[in-house]
Design a protein around this ligand. Structure first.
Ligand SMILES: [Ca+2]
Ligand SMILES: [Ca+2]
Ligand SMILES: [Cu+2]
Length: 309
């Protein structure tokens, strides 16, 4: 409390504060979880999830990773305050890669790894914080401490460091990043309906996936890229206590309006394509407008929730 009073008087009477007086900060840890039906969603057949989607299917998790950026806490004055992320193997450039897959069961040991990463670590000016907000995904650019602009989403994974150097989170066909890679292996398979590029019959395939990422991208590594559809979902909770609460990705909510046993067209599941028939339901759940790639003006995201730790 003393620190807080000292800080606020410093702000109120700026001239009384030494110019080299950097404000006091406090460490924050924002815990995330991926859950289904009240339990942690995990790889492995023993952790298969029941009651998924509009047709109540059962599925194993095949991948479960996503990027979070532009993390801010909302203070007791209602102001957004940037969380300065610690730099570690899963955090840099203002971006964190949250990882809920452990390379077991249907989760690939080739593209995944045993490690999990479930809490974003950073610091904020000392204060009282009552809310949180973040972006699901990777912004195009980030300005580092020296003022240099760094290309993020469309960087080459071999030319940038963690957490943007993960090849399986790169999105070769749009030259960017998968903002979220959430994949299912439904029991009984997925009917890839006749007429999709991949099949001339109603073939049974094994997976139904959600790959979020920017679309309508043009450019090159040399000139940079621009995308018509950023597809960056925004999540905000006006009431959030990081010491007692966590942010939960509700896996069933992501596919609540989807039939994960069928792929009607295009990519298996939804890979953010504007004409993919699996995408409207997924984008609605994330509060995104599929056609513009902007935050929806009519739908609020229903995938992320606040829960007690
Ligand atoms: Ca992992
Ligand atoms: Ca599809
Ligand atoms: Cu994809």
């Amino acid at each position: 409390m003393r620190t807080l009073l000292a800080l606020s008087s410093c702000v109120a009477f700026l001239t009384a504060c030494g110019s080299d007086d950097s404000p006091a900060t406090q460490a924050v840890s924002i815990q995330f979880a991926a859950q289904a039906n009240g339990k942690d969603a995990q790889c492995g057949a023993v952790n298969e999830i029941t009651n998924l989607g509009s047709t109540n299917k059962t599925a194993e998790i095949q991948d479960l990773r996503f990027y979070v950026s532009e993390l801010k806490l909302i203070n007791d004055k209602g102001l957004m305050v940037d969380v300065a992320l610690d730099k570690n193997a899963n955090q840099d450039f203002g971006v964190a890669l949250l990882d809920f897959e452990n390379a077991t069961g249907a989760c690939s040991a080739d593209t995944g790894n045993a490690k999990l990463y479930t809490a974003i670590m950073g610091n904020v000016p000392t204060g009282t914080y009552t809310g949180v907000q973040f972006t699901l995904g990777v912004p195009d650019t980030w300005v580092d401490a020296s003022g240099k602009t760094i290309t993020l989403s469309h960087s080459n994974t071999t030319a940038i460091t963690a957490p943007l150097d993960v090849p399986s989170m790169a999105w070769s066909w749009q030259g960017g990043r998968k903002f979220a890679k959430i994949e299912f292996k439904p029991t009984g398979g997925v009917t890839n309906q006749k007429g999709t590029p991949e099949t001339t019959d109603d073939a049974t395939v094994t997976s139904w996936v959600v790959h979020m990422g920017a679309t309508g991208c043009t450019g090159s590594d040399a000139t940079g890229y621009s995308c018509t559809n950023p597809n960056l979902a925004k999540v905000a909770f006006s009431s959030f206590d990081a010491s007692k609460q966590k942010i939960v990705l509700d896996v069933p909510a992501l596919v609540a309006q989807s039939d994960i046993s069928v792929n009607q067209n295009s990519a298996l599941g939804c890979m953010s394509g504007t004409t993919d028939k699996e995408c409207p339901a997924v984008f609605d759940a994330l509060g995104l407008d599929l056609l513009t790639g902007k935050v929806s003006t009519s739908k609020t995201q229903t995938v992320f929730k606040v829960a007690n730790k």
